[in-house]
Write a protein that binds this ligand. Structure first.
Ligand code: FE2
Length: 428
């Protein structure tokens, strides 16, 4: 593999740099204008002309098996989590491995086009044929040149809701998945919910797997399974391999209990993922007015030094009908509904999109320093703030020094009489 040189790129902290990648690893980062790229062929060099560069993005929470299935057999008009589960249950009666692979591969390429070179996907392990798990495991191998896929066996309908679900989950675990999930708030009772968390930790420890649970994804302040997850992770020293996804009920807990839970999470070392696209529409559906927005307590979790990742969750599926596979869309929603609109929040959002998400995935050598993996994104924008504001095309995406996506942005001209003004939405 040859060298790749990116010249005159702006980092998140505003430095103008040249970056050289050799054998898939960043080996030089110098002040802009220092590194020569003259001897490299055109495909192996890129002049960013002052545009923003970041390490490639990680999507930490997605359902590739559900992606692009929205509207089949019907749209989710109630907007609730439960309605989404019902619609998916109808869809999956006729599901095939080819169907899953086709939709998932299409979506995975949307992610790559947006600068994502790693994705953690959940795979429904309550689908009887387990074609979902099989399809995503095959894609993990087939798409490895452009994106690293991590597959979590996820019992969408619950482990104790149906006689056969526990056996299906065990079967899925044997299929070389990367981790196991649960959905304790969807189990029939408090007791079975607690049992589901403990069952998953037993399986994870036996098979040496990560744990990522959909947990307390409800507005019900009586739903308290995150404490069980945190306690199990603490007991078994599994915190650095455990993720609590959603934790939406934390929004609605009394402050005294929220404070206790956040301390327990911090002690356990568990990470949290918030998923703004889904939770902005799924939560608060049982409220009259005022209507809660139901996302987790991001600021308080971060104040306690808990890693909080930022996921998209659904892309055009029965739970969330919108999306195009861009992590910046999820960030944009979070900025609005979590009141993270201050200028100081720009760096917090970028930390979530880059460092937090890659930590959750367990990335090694993430960053833009010599020795870091040579995977990066150049945006068609010139600062950290404007990139969140514009969510612009990604001009270049590299995975370990190899280009995996390029975008040639379109051009817009405003016509007024004989006057022609090119509009690019940049501030200057
Ligand atoms: Fe999810």
């Amino acid at each position: 593999m040859g060298d790749f040189v990116v010249r005159d790129a702006k980092t998140l902290d505003g430095q103008s740099v040249d970056i050289r990648i050799r054998d898939g690893v960043i080996d030089r980062v110098e002040r802009a204008g220092t590194l020569s790229a003259g001897e490299l062929e055109e495909e192996r060099r890129f002049d960013a002309e002052g545009r923003l560069v970041t390490p490639s993005l990680t999507e930490p929470h997605l359902h590739l098996d559900y992606a692009l299935a929205a509207g089949q057999p019907r749209w989710n008009e109630a907007g609730t989590l439960a309605e989404g589960i019902d619609i998916w249950a109808e869809y999956k009666q006729n599901l095939t491995k080819d169907d899953v692979k086709q939709r998932a591969a299409r979506t995975a390429k949307w992610l790559v086009a947006h600068g994502v070179t790693r994705v953690r996907t959940h795979a429904d392990a309550t689908e009887e044929s387990l074609a979902t798990v099989e399809a995503l495991l095959e894609l993990r191998r087939e798409l490895q040149d452009i994106i690293d896929i991590e597959v979590i066996a996820f019992p969408q309908d619950g482990i104790f809701t149906d006689e056969g679900n526990q056996a299906l989950l065990r079967e899925a675990v044997e299929m070389d998945v990367d981790g196991i999930g649960a959905i304790p708030h969807a189990e029939p009772t408090r007791e079975t919910g607690v049992k589901s968390v403990k069952t998953v930790f037993d399986l994870a420890r036996k098979s040496d797997l990560k744990v990522d649970m959909h947990i307390d994804e409800t507005d019900d302040p009586g739903s308290r399974f995150t404490e069980v997850l945190a306690n199990e992770a603490r007991r078994h020293s599994w915190g650095d391999r455990t993720t609590a996804s959603h934790v939406a009920a934390l929004h609605s807990y009394p402050n005294s209990y929220a404070s206790k839970l956040i301390s327990l999470l911090a002690e356990s070392g568990v990470s949290v993922i918030t998923n703004p696209p889904d939770n902005s529409v799924l939560q608060g559906r049982h409220d009259d007015y005022p209507r809660r927005r139901g996302h987790t307590r991001i600021d308080q979790l971060q104040d306690a030094n808990i890693t909080v990742g930022l996921g998209h969750d659904s892309i055009v599926d029965p739970w969330y009908h919108y999306g195009k596979g861009d992590p910046l869309d999820a960030a944009y929603i979070l900025i609005h509904y979590a009141h993270m609109s201050g200028y100081d929040d720009v760096s917090v959002i970028w930390d979530m999109l880059t460092t937090a998400n890659s930590d959750i995935f367990g990335c090694k050598n993430y960053g833009l320093e010599p020795g870091s993996e040579g995977s990066l994104v150049v945006y068609d924008s010139f600062s950290a703030f404007d990139t969140l504001r514009l969510r612009p095309p990604r001009r270049l995406v590299l995975k370990e020094g190899t280009p995996v996506a390029r975008t040639r942005p379109s051009e817009t001209t405003v016509l007024q009489g004989d006057e022609r003004t090119t509009v690019d939405f940049q501030r200057s």
